[in-house]
Ligand binder design. Structure first.
Ligand code: IGP
Length: 303
């Protein structure tokens, strides 16, 4: 688990009236990118809240288009094609890879993914580290894209779920490495009330074991093949986790599992499918190409 807040407070703490600042202690620095991102979320959410209260957001939630069945669309695609349902990710940049697509138009990419045969879309909403935006969700919806949309955000508070639903998201991501089960349980319930489905993301067997103790009524699961502490990607992580007792329980309970990150070619799709995944989440390999529709067809081996 990452530390949710800097143990000794913010990086620069004003001290007295002369603008003197106490530098952060070494032990209080973020240990990895996930901590850094999550620590910044607290400030970002405070800022968002100043501009738009949760009351204002609930009015917008009331007016938002009704949520679509994200998990259902993935299962239907799996049934139709005999291949994992594709969640194609609208992602301009990432902390590990920098800018992936300089000629980035979220709506155009979303439309191309849909035309190519994606079942669902994932839309990065984090601005600072991924150059994403909640506005992309609304723009993609307004452009008439029918695929259900996942808000790809580092969620630590229910406020962000309200924001995601208000902007037209149908599902949202919760990361087990960031959230203890008490928070996951609360956020899963909040999401259900808003009509949002959830992907609970794990990276280790221990996280999966813990997450399986939750009521996952409106949720599916995902295994991130990228280690968010050092950015290494290993597809074998999906197989290792799915071969564990917890992985077998996933299949027994009929929970939908997505293989996430590092999927580049049809052999990778086959690999995670054999491991037990009924869905895949793919960004880099699709968004980097100049023709995202063709990239989707190629990945799914559609002619
Ligand atoms: O671009 P890739 O390697 O295909 O990965 C997509 C997706 O899995 C990745 O963006 C991701 C998985 N979990 C996340 C959590 C936050 C931000 C991003 C992610």
């Amino acid at each position: 688990m990452i530390r949710r807040r800097p143990p000794e407070g913010k990086a620069r703490q004003p001290c007295g009236i002369v603008g003197f600042e106490v530098p952060m202690a070494e032990t209080s620095k973020a240990r990895n990118i996930l901590e850094e991102i999550v620590w910044f979320k607290a400030e970002e959410i405070a800022d968002m809240r100043n501009r738009q209260s949760i009351q204002q957001l609930s009015i917008l939630v009331g007016r938002a288009p009704p949520p679509r069945d994200f998990i259902g669309a993935l299962r239907a695609a799996m049934q139709r094609m005999g291949k994992p349902g594709l969640i194609a990710e609208v992602k301009k940049a990432s902390p590990s890879r920098g800018v992936l697509q300089p000629d980035f138009d979220a709506v155009r990419i979303a439309q191309a993914y849909e035309a190519g045969g994606a079942a669902c879309l994932s839309v990065l909403t984090d601005a600072r580290y991924f150059q994403g935006s909640f506005q992309f969700l609304a723009d993609i919806r307004a452009a008439g894209v029918a695929c259900p949309l996942l808000a790809k955000e580092f969620i630590v508070e229910a406020y962000q779920l309200f924001k995601a639903r208000a902007m037209g998201a149908d599902a949202a991501l919760l990361i087990a490495a960031v959230l203890p089960n008490t928070d996951l349980a609360y956020l899963l319930k909040s999401a259900a009330k808003l009509g949002l489905q959830i992907i609970v993301e794990v990276h280790t067997i221990a996280e999966l074991e813990r997450v399986l103790r939750l009521d996952l009524g409106n949720a599916m699961l995902g295994i991130n093949n990228r280690n968010l502490e050092d950015f290494t990607v290993d597809l074998g992580n999906t197989r290792t986790i799915m071969e564990s007792a917890a992985g077998k329980e996933v299949l027994q309970r009929g929970l939908l599992m997505a293989g996430e990150s590092g999927i580049f070619a049809p052999v990778d799709v086959d690999f995670v499918q054999k491991a037990g995944c009924g869905a895949i989440l793919v960004g880099e390999s699709l968004v980097k190409t100049g023709d995202p529709a063709a990239a989707v067809r190629q990945l799914l081996s559609l002619s």
